[in-house]
Design a binder for this molecule. Structure first.
Ligand code: 3PG
Ligand code: MG
Length: 567
């Protein structure tokens, strides 16, 4: 109940439950042109990441606040106060409690939208350290008014020092903490994008860099951008030129992106020196020089000198101890992480540390050997684990069943058993496939293999090769996922490159798309599956890292993060 009254006494903030849905809906009808229904409140209040709290006066609701706590971020939707209780500090009280709660639960940032003309609200948010981050033109349908997007960090230290997954402090600076106006920024991105005949077939990584690129340009900085592409072995190779990526970036940002003939040398230096605020120069592939992979200090020093500031936003490469990851921050005048690096850290790190529960991990892919570290690390965090892909064969075989001519790692049977034992100790339920799609065309290339039928796990034919999970398993896995509030999916369920064996993987993508949960998808093959299913937009976050996301999920400290902390 509320405790209120005269000055000096603090109002008690009540946190609402599904049973409060009717009174909340009634309150909303008074204030908002499109109020939520009672049902919407009931469902949302039953979920883990919706939050609604309020203050009562004289037995009625006097003020309330709604917000979500998702993947490290607190988003405040509404704060409303009954007219007779305005100017009494109720909104301040609610906001203070919710920001406190957000900090306690490990949220990194808080943000909201507010009408640009709402001066009292702007003043209140400014008191709490919210800063304008952007403007949405004609955002409110009633009067076409602009919205301001306000943001602040949740940590006591303004976000500079936060706990990371291993409990060490993050100690890394982020782009929004730097003064960049009129500065020249050396920006490392990961534009290692798939190309077919010079055409980019998936531009996710380029689009993922746009928040950083746009922010820097909006603030009046100039950009010297660099990346690697493919396995250029220390010498120029036109098939690995970054020119197609520069062209795509130019289309996306609607400004010219000049292309340099190389990444070092006098000609490049001249182009760099001539850059004006708001201009973008893309350097040629870093791996055309072996100094990149060798982390040669001379190479790193020469390139670090291009910018007043070095910004690393190349999450996909964060696991490589190359010059642009560890040498540039060391020699640059100043260095920080871009918004993609931050986002990956939040989703793959923070969201996994403080997940809304139940938290289910779906692991697939070919080999147990490459996933051991991830499986073990995740067992300490998840409530349920689903295992599919060829990796499941090893688990099935380790329990004494025949897997015919399927891909299997006999030297890992003991490891597989110990993972299952560890799961039992941790009270994590592990779900393995109960049926499989099998082909008899062993020895043929994957594209020519045809399905021979679906077989239960205890009945795999001796000449058969498991290439996908079966339909019963797909249904089982969807049921296991149904109550989830956080899902991490890493690795396909079968040999999805052959459409005859893609159904298992696609079924997981569909199951995730239907959930009201935070869904985080690992990069690489899993990203390809989600795109094939046409469901990329329905996932909360898709990592841009393949190897990098795996190593991050193993709990390893990635060289790029380490270097940014130490610089
Ligand atoms: C990737 O695509 O995995 C990253 O861009 C790193 O590339 P690499 O595997 O060639 O180092
Ligand atoms: Mg790779």
């Amino acid at each position: 109940m509320s405790v209120h009254g005269g000055r000096g006494e603090r109002d008690a903030v009540l946190f609402f439950k599904p049973g409060d849905a009717a009174r909340l809906a009634a309150f909303e009808r008074q204030f908002f042109p499109q109020p939520w229904t009672e049902d919407q409140f009931r469902t949302s209040l039953g979920g883990r990441h919706f939050l609604c709290c309020g203050i009562e006066r004289n037995g009625r609701l006097a003020a309330y606040l709604t917000a979500t706590l998702v993947a490290g971020e607190l988003e405040i939707f509404n704060i409303a106060v009954q007219p007779e209780y305005r100017r009494q500090g109720l909104a301040r009280c609610l906001l203070g409690d919710v920001l406190h709660l957000a900090r306690e639960t490990g949220m990194t940032d808080a943000f909201l939208e507010v009408r640009a003309s709402n001066v009292p609200a702007l003043a209140l948010y400014a008191c709490f350290g919210f800063k304008p981050q952007g403007r949405r033109r004609a955002y409110y349908p009633d009067n076409q008014e602009d919205a301001l997007v306000l943001r602040r960090t949740c940590g006591d230290t303004g976000g500079i020092e936060r706990k990371n997954r291993q409990g060490a402090t993050m100690g890394m600076k982020f782009l929004d903490q730097m003064d960049i106006s009129g500065k020249r920024i050396l920006l490392r991105v990961d534009y290692n994008v798939p190309l077919e005949g010079g055409r980019i077939t998936d531009d996710l990584r380029i689009r993922a860099s746009l928040p950083t690129v746009r922010y820097a340009l909006d603030k009046g900085a100039s950009l010297v951008m660099c990346s690697h592409l493919g396995k250029a072995k220390g010498k120029p190779d036109p098939k690995y030129s970054l020119a197609p990526a520069a062209a795509r970036l130019s289309e996306l940002i609607g400004r010219p992106v000049a292309m340099a003939p190389d990444c070092i040398g006098p000609e490049v230096e001249k182009m760099v020196a001539a850059l004006k605020p708001g201009e973008v120069l893309m350097l040629e592939n870093l791996r055309f020089h072996d100094g990149e992979e060798k982390n040669d200090p001379e190479f790193a020093k020469a390139m670090a000198a291009y910018g007043d500031l070095f910004v690393n936003d190349a999450f996909g490469t964060a696991h490589r101890p190359h010059a642009s990851m560890v040498g540039f921050p060391k020699y640059a005048k100043a260095a920080c992480a871009g918004f993609l690096l931050k986002k990956e850290w939040e989703y793959l790190g923070q969201a996994m540390e403080k997940p809304a529960r139940p938290f289910v991990a779906v692991s697939g892919g070919a080999k147990v050997s490459s996933k051991l570290g991830v499986l073990k690390n995740l067992l300490a965090k998840v409530d349920r684990m689903v295992i599919g892909g060829a990796m499941a064969n090893t688990f099935v075989a380790a329990q004494g069943f025949q897997v015919g001519a399927s891909l299997v790692e006999p030297d890992l049977y003991e490891e597989a058993k110990s993972i299952l034992a560890l799961a039992r100790d941790r009270k994590v339920s592990v779900y393995l496939p109960v049926d499989f799609a099998v082909s008899m065309d062993v020895g043929k290339p994957l594209g020519e293999m045809k399905p021979a039928g679906v077989f239960p796990y205890q009945d795999i034919p001796a000449e058969g090769m498991i290439l996908d999970i079966g339909p019963t398993t797909a249904r089982l896995f969807a049921q296991v996922l149904a109550p989830a509030k956080t899902v991490l999916w890493n690795g396909p369920m079968g040999a999805f490159e052959n459409p005859d064996f893609a159904e298992g993987s696609l079924s997981i993508a569909r199951a995730l798309a239907d959930l009201d949960a935070v869904t985080v998808v690992g990069g690489g093959d899993t990203d390809v599956v989600v795109h094939k299913a046409g469901l990329a937009d329905r996932m909360t976050f898709i990592s841009t890292g393949g190897g990098a996301s795996m190593e991050f999920l193993e709990g390893k400290e990635l060289p790029a993060f380490k270097a940014l902390k130490e610089c």
